[in-house]
Design a protein around this ligand. Structure first.
Ligand code: PMP
Length: 411
């Protein structure tokens, strides 16, 4: 099946998502919280359940048939992830529980040994806490600091200022590819070029990018790229870190345990090569196999056509939301992905979200793990509607009608 372009075509695709058949408070579910976590298609649910039914065994340990099948299925996902983000080699893909673990891994294992008092880690004001707090933790240990490049009023990054902030103390730049609050797509190629000129590595948080954009880490020119699987229609607690081979090779283990060693003795232990060096213990085997199924499913759908559907639906949603009286959109940068954060005069985001839930409409309210960005825009919380492959214009209309009714109730 090809990716949809109109509501009628989405209906067919929606049939692949069992949860979308649910009623919430007697109303059909309108799921507009995909930036938080995306719903899972039957293909992903089947891959997970089939693995448990037919192939379950621990990986990389057993020589029996199930062990070999399980290991082969699990390891094959590295190649799928490499293909998804155009990494040059599957062995540069480290499996993680998601973006959070990936960034902590780079903070602990790559940057911490290199970090000295007075050094700076440069991020942006639009980062998720996952790309702020791990750096603060290691900075505090040595007396380094985390500094942030500003965001402009339309929600785009102040690239000129970011360039000026790179200096001889900068040890790493951590930047989000696509903001989970604003939908802004950051100019990673330009940031990488600026960083390269100064010899500074760049880590990109791709959590919200992989579900919406065709990602090519080689073209982006960054040094580390990470994402989380559950926003990409895959299982929770799955994800990956891509790192340049020469950087991964220099990095010590992150956690110690089984499956990450070469030889262990009480006189000393040697470690496996990347990526296994960073993957101690029994991993989320079925989760990663489910992520592989999600990648296959997305690619079959046709990533380019999906973009067209999302762009059309995003333009429709942006115009429809702007027409809601008293609504202030936060983030209107050109080329943004369909993630809409907004506040409405005289109505708290949580109250609005609760009223919408009564109508079966799921949106997120809160700070979206981006306190500094909330401060930047002078709000404590926003309402966020984020779209996925399965959303329709009819659902946007329901959201707008729901917001207008909720606003009337709260006024
Ligand atoms: N970065 C961004 C931009 C995100 O949207 C999220 C998820 N909200 C994360 C990082 C963290 O992802 P995870 O919790 O799956 O590690």
């Amino acid at each position: 099946m090809n990716a949809p372009t109109k509501d009628a075509e989405v209906v067919d695709l929606r049939g692949q998502f069992p949860i979308l058949q649910r009623q919430i408070h007697g109303k059909p579910l309108v799921y507009l919280d995909s930036a938080n976590t995306a719903q899972k298609p039957q293909a992903v649910i089947d891959a997970v359940s089939e693995h448990y039914r037919l192939h379950n065994a621990n990986v990389a340990r057993a020589v029996h048939t199930l062990g070999e099948e399980s290991t082969a299925a699990y390891e094959a996902v590295r190649g799928k992830i490499a293909g998804l983000i155009n990494a040059p080699d599957a062995q540069q893909i480290v499996y993680t529980r998601g973006t959070t673990e990936a960034i902590n891994l780079v903070a602990r294992s790559y940057l911490r040994p290199r970090l000295r008092e007075g050094d700076e880690i440069l991020v942006t004001e639009m980062e998720h806490h996952a790309n702020i707090v791990p750096w603060q933790l290691i900075a505090a240990e040595v007396g380094a600091k985390v500094v942030a490049a500003p965001v402009l009023d339309d929600g785009s990054l102040d690239l000129a200022r970011l360039g000026e902030m790179i200096n001889e103390r900068t040890r790493l730049i951590g930047v989000v590819h696509v903001s989970n609050v604003l939908g802004t797509v950051n100019p990673i190629e330009q940031i990488s070029a600026l960083a390269r000129g100064a010899g500074v590595p760049v880590l990109v948080d791709g959590s919200q990018a992989v579900p919406h954009l065709a990602v090519d880490v080689q073209a982006l020119g960054c040094d580390f790229y990470c994402f989380t699987g559950h926003k990409l229609y895959g299982p929770t607690a799955t994800g990956a870190l891509w790192g340049r081979a020469e950087l991964l090779a220099q990095m010590p283990p992150f956690m110690g345990g089984g499956e990450m060693i070469d030889r262990v003795s009480f006189d000393g232990t040697t470690f496996a090569a990347p990526p296994h060096r960073f993957e101690a213990g029994t991993p989320n085997i079925t989760g990663m196999i489910g992520l592989g199924a999600a990648i296959d499913w997305l690619q079959q759908l046709g990533v380019a056509q999906l973009r067209t559907h999302e762009a059309e639906l995003g333009a429709y949603a942006a115009a429809a939301l702007q027409a809601v009286p008293g609504l202030r959109m936060i983030g209107s940068a050109a080329g943004k992905v369909p993630v809409f954060s907004f506040v409405i005069d005289g109505a708290h985001a949580h109250d609005l979200a609760m009223i919408l839930d009564q109508e079966g409409i799921a949106v997120r309210s809160g700070h979206h793990c981006a306190h500094p960005l909330m401060q930047r825009f002078g709000v404590s919380a926003t309402l966020r509607a984020s779209l996925g492959v399965y959303n329709t214009r009819a659902e946007i209309d329901l959201l707008v009608a729901g917001l207008e009714r909720a606003r009337g109730m709260l006024a």
